[in-house]
Structures are given as C-alpha cells and as structure tokens.
Design a protein around this ligand. Structure first.
Ligand code: HEC
Ligand code: HEC
Length: 199
C-alpha cells in the first residue's frame, strides 16, 4: 500500500466514525413536532380519565365512569366548594370514607373555572395547562408538572375507593412521562385531524 493510499483509508475510516457520531447525536436530539402525540398521549390518557375530569368541570362536579351529574344537584358555588348550604366538605372528608363510597382527599373541591377541561380536546387542555393566566400562574415546566406529582387530589385518582376505575398507567409511569414531556419543552398535539380523532 502506498502512503497516499494508507492516508486515504484512514481518512475514510475517520469520516465513517464522524458520520456515526453525528447520527448518534441526531438520535439524541429532543423529539421534534411529530412526536408530540407520542409524548402527550399517555399524559392525556390520565388527564381525560373520569377521575380527573369529574372535578375539572364548569358548573358542577360529575361522578362515576359515565360522568353523570353529581347526586343531590351539587353545584360549583362561588369558590368551587359548593353552595353555601351544601358544601363539598359536608360529605367529602380528607380521605375516602371507610367503605370507600364517599371519596375524599385534602382540599376536596372543584377545579377553578380557568382550569376547567370540560369540552376541550387534548390539544386544548395541553395548551391551557401551560398558560400562566389559566393554570394558577405556573410558569416553568417544572411548576406545571409539580402539581401532578404531589397534589393529594391528583394522587387520589389512583386510590379512588369502592372499586372505582383508575387511570390506565400507574402514577409512577405518569410521573416519568411528565418528566420526559417537560424536558422536551411540553409540546402539544396539533389541533389537526389527528387531534380530532384522538380526542
Ligand atoms: C351530600 C353529600 C355530598 C356533597 C355535598 C358533595 N358530594 Fe361529591 N360525592 C358524594 C358521594 C356519596 C359520592 C359518590 C357517588 C358514587 O360514586 O356513587 C360523590 C362523588 C363525587 C365525585 C365523583 C368521583 C368519581 O370520580 O367518581 C366528585 C368529583 C365529587 N363528588 C365532587 C364533589 C364536589 C366538588 C363537591 C362540592 C362542590 C361535592 N362533591 C359535594 C357526596 C357528596
Ligand atoms: C376533587 C377534585 C379534583 C380532582 C379529582 C382532580 N383535580 Fe386537578 N385540580 C383541582 C383543583 C381544586 C385545582 C386547583 C388547585 C391549585 O391550583 O392548586 C386543580 C388543579 C389542577 C391542575 C393545575 C392547573 C391546570 O389546569 O393546569 C392540574 C394540572 C390538575 N389539576 C390535574 C389533575 C389530574 C391529572 C387529576 C387526576 C389524576 C386531577 N387534577 C384530579 C381539583 C381536582
């Protein structure tokens, strides 16, 4: 082999390695827009399950998997705690009742009006959740997901009592998905045909 040829072979090898390295770098880049579905769908499957939606309602809470109107015509009231004469706390305690029939967790009341998800697509919920003017002034990605990691009302959904169904992924899996989504910049599914289909 001539010297020139040896150099050529070495060069080729170096180029190949450089190519591999840049391929690997590409693979590690944060997922682009098309992956927003993949990133947000598992999260939406929790947000849109009846345990969460029953409380993120406008006029009154709902109940059961069928999301029927709440018994005794319970209403939102001025502050989400019910009518002055029939407050949530009259029935809902800080934990589920012993037989599990009356659900309970600390601070049990309806989500504030700006945080209502009733009638929204998953893409709309996604955007509303990260809008500080509607989400309780939560600004950073960490602040947006923090509530879903620790709030007793959120955790209750995995211990709802009386054989009520729970979200399809565990809270631990939800937690992991939230972290990945937050680190990817909290992308939302587009309001396109696919978003319609995956409502
Ligand atoms: C008169 C008692 C009473 C009052 C007042 C009351 N609740 Fe309830 N609530 C219940 C009972 C009992 C259930 C369980 C119904 C069932 O699952 O059969 C329930 C269920 C629920 C559920 C459904 C849980 C689920 O996912 O199935 C939500 C949400 C809820 N209540 C929210 C509220 C809110 C918010 C208020 C106040 C605005 C309130 N409730 C006031 C008795 C009450
Ligand atoms: C008993 C009623 C109740 C249940 C059940 C409930 N929430 Fe909420 N949610 C609230 C209230 C009240 C707030 C406002 C609390 C605050 O801002 O600190 C809230 C606020 C939030 C927020 C922050 C504001 C926003 O919209 O971005 C998120 C996110 C959220 N809830 C997610 C969930 C998820 C996920 C579940 C189910 C796993 C759930 N909630 C179940 C009552 C409820």
């Amino acid at each position: 082999m001539t010297i020139a040829r040896t150099i050529l072979v070495k060069l080729a090898a170096m180029l190949a390695i450089a190519g591999l390295v840049s391929l690997a770098a590409l693979a590690q880049e944060p997922p682009a827009k098309p992956d927003s579905y993949q990133l947000f769908d598992p999260i939406a499957s929790v947000l849109q399950n009846p345990r969460c939606l029953n409380c993120h309602q406008a006029a009154a809470p709902r109940q059961k998997d069928t999301m029927i109107p709440h018994i005794q015509s319970v209403i939102r009231g001025a502050d989400g705690n019910g009518a002055r004469t029939l407050q949530c706390a009259a029935c809902h305690q800080e934990m589920n009742s012993a037989d599990g029939k009356v659900p309970g967790a600390k601070g049990w009341h309806l989500a504030p009006v700006p945080m209502v998800w009733e009638g929204l697509t998953r893409a709309q919920i996604c955007r509303q959740m990260q809008d500080p003017s509607r989400n309780g002034n939560r600004k950073t990605a960490e602040e947006v997901i923090e509530h879903m990691k620790v709030d007793p009302l959120v955790l209750w959904a995995w211990n709802p009592g009386a054989g009520r169904s729970t979200p399809s992924i565990t809270h631990e899996q939800f937690f992991e998905r939230l972290e990945i989504w937050a680190k990817s910049g909290m992308p939302c599914p587009d309001d396109g045909p696919k978003a319609e289909a995956s409502k």
